[in-house]
Each structure stands twice: as structure tokens, then as C-alpha cells.
Design a protein around this ligand. Structure first.
Ligand code: AKG
Ligand code: FE2
Length: 262
């Protein structure tokens, strides 16, 4: 269980690292799955003349200029470090969040006896040179206007050192800063419209740890300066007093629904 001190700290700081809430063997299983899916994406993109290991802004131009209109979003999603819906929707990701140790702590942070997860969770693959996959400073409330009150859970799958990167956060910023949403020219992310003079913080995490963030906490993706591909999952959770206008998973029943007040 979360103790009162941890809960107060989460409310004040806007984040908390929960240690060892997911079994290592589940993280390893997800790592193998993502590694395999990333290899498939590499060959899919290679067939289209794009090397996923060396993405540049030219590749985005190539997609915008040469690819059929109805496929552009699909391929832009891939070059910006995301997986296609078919992969995001794989049941394997539900295994990550089914443990009571995890669920009880998240419920406690949400002051809820039930737990719901926005569909889909976001598995991400970040390669060394891929600047398109770096999410600029933002809060997740900017990207999820359909959710009223939620928390984000960021799960490193193989990123346990600073060289591989992860996320950088600004403690307490959920109360002190607000970023105005303005879509970047390339359409991939929101611009970081607010200059933040403070230094953002990196937290060392171990296998099975998760970073929980308030929906308004300001954070960004780090660059990956290792030669490996960084894998992570981020997922958004809400409790029984709130609802979503899009699809969500009821973690009590395993049922996916939409628009239902729970
Ligand atoms: O993993 C990343 O690169 C960024 C993820 C993120 O912004 C989030 O989990 O909300
Ligand atoms: Fe985020």
C-alpha cells in the first residue's frame, strides 16, 4: 500500500517512482515482444525505402511527398517512435498492469477502489539518431483532452541507465507551469511553447519500477545516446469518479468499453 507520506509527496511533487511493482519476468517477456515487433517494423520500413535505425527529417518529407495519403499517418506514427494499433492492442500489454501490488498503489493515488486504463497504452521504440521520436516538453493533459482526471504511468522496459535515456521531469510543475498547446510544424508533437529555465530531473529506475505522473506534470523524452533501441510503455489510468469519451479497459472485469460512466 501507499503510505500517507508517499501520497502527500505525490500530491505536492506531481510524481512518484514506485519500486518493484511489476515482476521482472513480465518486463523481460514484454522486452522480447517489443524487440521482435521492432524488427518487423524495421523490415516493413526498409521495403518502403526508410531505414528505421537512421531516421532524419528527410524521411518525414519522403512520407509527406511520396506516400499515398491514406497511409501517411500510419508511417509517420512508426517513424516517430510509436507502434501500429495492431501492436498496441496486443493483450500482452495487459499483463503488465494486472498485479495487485501495482493496482492497489495506483488506486490509492487515484483515491479510487476501481481502476480503468485508457486504450491503448503507448509502447515506444526510440533509436539513437531518431529526433522525430523525442517528445518535447509537455504535460499529458495536452495530449488527452478526452480524459478528465488521470495519471500517467511510464514503464521502462530496457532503459535503466542515463545513456539509454528515459523521461525528464520538472517536479511540482503541475502547479507552477502551464504549456500552451501549439502543434509543431511537422504535426508530430506539440511545440514546447514555454521556456523553462529550471533543470529537468532524471531518475534512475530498475526493472519493475514505474514512474507515476500527475496529468499536468511537465516532462519530456530524453535522447537515447546508446546503440540500443529504447523501449518503454506509457499508459493512462483513471478512477471511478471519472470517465473517458474514448475506449477504456475496466481492470476489474477485463472489459473494454466506451462512454460509459462507471
Ligand atoms: O517515453 C517517452 O519518450 C515519452 C513518454 C511520455 O511523454 C509519457 O509517458 O507521457
Ligand atoms: Fe508524456
Amino acid at each position: 500500500m501507499i503510505n500517507n507520506l508517499e501520497k502527500t509527496k505525490f500530491i505536492e511533487d506531481g510524481f512518484i517512482v514506485l519500486k518493484k511493482v511489476i515482476p521482472e519476468k513480465v518486463i523481460n517477456k514484454i522486452n522480447s515482444f517489443m524487440t521482435k515487433e521492432r524488427v518487423l517494423l524495421e523490415s516493413l520500413m526498409m521495403d518502403k525505402g526508410i531505414n528505421l535505425k537512421e531516421i532524419t527529417f528527410n524521411d518525414l518529407d519522403k512520407i509527406n511527398r511520396n506516400f499515398p495519403n491514406d497511409t501517411k499517418d500510419y508511417y509517420k506514427n512508426i517513424v516517430s517512435g510509436n507502434f501500429p494499433k495492431k501492436v498496441k492492442g496486443d493483450k500482452i500489454f495487459n499483463e503488465l498492469f494486472r498485479f495487485s501490488k501495482f493496482q492497489n498503489k495506483i488506486k490509492s493515488l487515484l483515491n479510487s477502489d476501481k481502476l480503468f486504463m485508457h486504450i491503448y497504452p503507448s509502447p515506444r521504440h526510440i533509436s539513437k539518431k531518431n529526433n522525430l521520436s523525442i517528445v518535447p516538453l509537455h504535460s499529458d493533459s495536452q495530449y488527452n483532452p478526452h480524459l478528465k482526471n488521470f495519471i500517467t504511468v511510464w514503464v521502462p522496459i530496457n532503459a535503466f541507465n542515463k545513456k539509454m535515456g528515459g523521461i525528464l521531469i520538472l517536479p511540482k510543475s503541475h502547479r507552477t507551469h502551464k504549456i500552451k498547446s501549439k502543434i509543431r510544424k511537422d504535426g508530430l508533437w506539440f511545440e514546447s511553447t514555454t521556456k523553462i529555465p529550471e533543470k529537468l530531473k532524471y531518475f534512475n529506475m530498475s526493472k519493475g519500477d514505474v514512474m507515476v505522473m500527475n496529468q499536468d506534470l511537465i516532462h519530456s523524452s530524453m535522447k537515447n545516446s546508446s546503440n540500443e533501441i529504447r523501449f518503454s510503455i506509457d499508459a493512462r489510468f483513471f478512477g471511478n469518479k471519472f470517465h473517458s469519451t474514448k475506449h477504456f479497459l475496466n481492470l476489474q472485469t477485463g472489459v473494454i468499453s466506451k462512454n460509459t460512466i462507471n
